[in-house]
Ligand binder design. Structure first.
Ligand SMILES: C[S@@+](CC[C@H](N)C(=O)[O-])C[C@H]1O[C@@H](n2cnc3c(N)ncnc32)[C@H](O)[C@@H]1O
Length: 263
C-alpha cells in the first residue's frame, strides 16, 4: 500500500471540519441538556449557589456600568449572550431602565422562560435564537454585551470572544461572569467546591426537581477545562479589549470586564 502524506492545507481543512463537527455535537448536547433543565433551571441555580446567584448578577452589571455619568447615558443597546432564563439581562434593565437588550441563546426552551422577565414584559428586551460563535449583528452595532455562566460552553473561546468584540462599538463595554478557575491562592479548595460540591448539589437538585429526567453532566467537565482569570485577561486583550477582572466569594466567581479599544 502506498502511503501518502497530507499537505498542510489538507490537514487544516480536515482539522477545521473535525472542529466544526465537534462543535455541532457539543452544541447539540448543550441544547438537549438545557431544554430539559429549562423548567427547573432557576430553582437548581438557587439551590446550587446557596442563594448567591442574584448577588453575582447584581455585581456583574454594577461593575459593567460603573463609569462617568455622561458615558453611562450612552450605554443603551446590549446583548446578553447565552441569556438562558434572562436574569442577567433583567438585572441590566433593573439598574438602567432605559436600555434596549437582546437576549440570545442557542436553546429555545431556555428562551421561553426569559419571556417572564420584567425587561421583556415592559418591551425593553427581545429574544433571539442563535449561536454565540456567529452573532446575528452588524460590526460595532451595539454599546455593550455580556454573558453569564456561558463562556465555559464555547468550543473555541478565543475565537468566540473575537466575534463578541466585533459587534461592540469602540469604547463599548463587555463582561463575562463565570465560575472562578485558579483565581486565588485558595484555588485548590475552590476547585473542590465548584468542581465537585456544586456539581453534586446541581445533580441532586436536577434529579429531585426533574424526577430523574434531567442529565446534569456539563458543569464539572466545562469548569475543569476553562481558563484562569490571568489567561482570560490575555485572551481579552488579544481580542481588542482593555481588560481587568474582579473576583467574588473567595474567588469562586470571576467577573471579566472589557472596554473595547478603538481601532
Ligand atoms: C448555565 S446557563 C446560563 C444562563 C444565564 N446566562 C444565567 O446567567 O443564568 C448557559 C446557557 O448558555 C447557553 N449556551 C451554551 N452555548 C451557547 C452558544 N454557543 N450560543 C448561545 N447560547 C449558548 C445555554 O443554552 C444556556 O442557556
Amino acid at each position: 500500500m502506498v502511503g501518502f502524506k497530507q499537505s498542510e492545507s489538507e490537514t487544516t481543512v480536515i482539522e477545521s471540519k473535525n472542529r466544526e463537527e465537534g462543535k455541532l455535537t457539543y452544541n447539540n448536547m448543550v441544547k438537549q441538556d438545557f431544554n430539559i433543565l429549562s423548567q427547573s433551571y432557576d430553582k437548581i441555580n438557587l439551590f446550587m449557589s446557596l442563594g448567591t446567584d442574584k448577588q453575582f448578577r447584581y455585581l456583574t452589571i454594577k461593575n459593567l456600568l460603573a463609569s462617568h455619568e455622561e458615558d453611562f447615558a450612552r450605554l443603551n443597546t446590549w446583548v446578553d449572550i447565552g441569556t438562558g432564563t434572562g436574569h442577567l439581562a433583567n438585572e441590566l434593565f433593573l439598574q438602567k431602565p432605559d436600555v434596549y437588550i437582546v437576549g440570545m441563546d442557542i436553546t429555545q426552551g431556555m428562551l421561553e422562560f426569559s419571556k417572564d422577565r420584567q425587561a421583556h414584559l415592559r418591551g425593553n428586551m427581545d429574544l433571539v435564537l442563535g449561536d454565540a460563535s456567529q452573532l446575528p449583528f452588524r460590526t460595532a452595532a451595539l454599546d455593550g454585551g455580556f454573558s453569564g455562566f456561558v463562556g465555559r460552553h464555547f468550543t473555541d473561546y478565543p475565537k468566540t470572544l473575537e466575534e463578541h468584540h466585533r459587534i461592540i462599538r469602540p469604547y463599548g463595554r463587555y463582561s463575562m461572569l463565570e465560575m472562578g478557575r485558579r483565581a486565588t491562592p485558595l484555588a485548590p479548595l475552590i476547585d473542590v467546591y465548584v468542581g465537585q460540591i456544586m456539581g453534586l448539589l446541581g445533580r441532586l437538585a436536577a434529579y429531585i426537581v426533574t424526577k430523574g429526567n434531567a442529565p446534569f453532566r456539563l458543569l464539572e467537565e466545562t469548569y475543569a477545562r476553562f481558563y484562569s482569570p490571568t489567561e482570560l485577561t490575555k485572551i481579552f486583550d488579544h481580542a481588542g479589549f482593555k481588560t481587568h477582572y474582579k473576583t467574588g466569594l473567595m474567588g469562586s466567581i470571576v467577573i471579566m470586564l472589557g472596554l473595547r479599544r478603538p481601532e
